[in-house]
Design a protein around this ligand. Sequence first.
Ligand SMILES: Nc1nc2c(ncn2[C@@H]2O[C@H](COP(=O)(O)OP(=O)(O)OP(=O)(O)O)[C@@H](O)[C@H]2O)c(=O)[nH]1
Ligand SMILES: [Mg+2]
Length: 307
Amino acid sequence: MTTTWWQRLKAGLKSSTNQVGSKIRNVFVNRKLDASLLDEIEDILIQADMGVSTSSMLRKHLASLKLSPETSSEEVLMLLADKIEERLTPVAHEMTFLKGALNVVLMVGVNGSGKTTTISKLAKQWKNLGYSVELAACDTFRAAAIEQLVIWAERLFIPIYTSKQGHDSSGLAFEAVQKASKSGADILLIDTAGRLHNKQHLMDELAKIQRVIKKVIPKAPHHVILVLDATTGQNAVQQVDIFQKSAQITGLIITKLDGTAKGGVVVGLADKFNLPIYGIGVGESFDDLQPFSAKQFAHALVGLEDI
Ligand SMILES: Nc1nc2c(ncn2[C@@H]2O[C@H](COP(=O)(O)OP(=O)(O)OP(=O)(O)O)[C@@H](O)[C@H]2O)c(=O)[nH]1
Ligand SMILES: [Mg+2]
């Protein structure tokens, strides 16, 4: 039996839903809605990694509604879902591509956040949509990183540009953009090495990759996607802050929401940065990465069964 995305999302977000929806339901047991209960709801939201200001905004919103003390947990969860959806809607974008020209998509992020596997998932999905996709293995830092992408390219029958381990990654990026442009491809997905955001020389290297790409196509890279691992919780907020300084991040993809109770961080990120969220990952298979839907995410997070 094939599972729908809604079922995958709910299953993937289970720990986060327990953190938000189940805990809020629990605090309502034998209680009436009052200021102290609202305080506890705010604490639960903070513990779910939504961040202090977003949690406080949600508490203020509930307080402003002057709800009756008899208001049920389900009504409060619905009101929270609506407000979260309102905050997420402006950032829930599908990626768009130029027609009849090469679209350069650069993937960046800290070590292990999910860049390479996300590239393979996107490459497969975009190929299935009829785009001609090519890859560039610009994580030249580790031989295994090059191999990992080459294997995906072979499986998906997608052309790939590579160089030897230790080769300058911006040199390869330059060449790949030139060749992909000549080949008439629609999309070139560029993998990069994971880098700690506090290592300035690695962040400078990222800036250099972007500069050389612009030498071939001034408007490229058309998308610079920061891949964030949701299990890092509030640390993801710091990563966005720092990557934005060296790279012109145009959007986020948030992975590993299945492995964490910190899914609330997605709401905090949306609220703080207002950057498009192009996709979320709730597992390791190809179908576990999908475009971000504000309504579905909000409902799944607070544990509402239907959308
Ligand atoms: N559970 C789960 N695992 C994921 C998800 N996305 C990626 N992973 C796993 O995370 C691990 C690291 O993924 P990679 O794609 O290699 O990460 P990377 O950012 O390229 O890593 P470096 O190149 O070392 O910086 C792999 O085992 C992936 O299968 C997800 O949404 N859920
Ligand atoms: Mg990688």
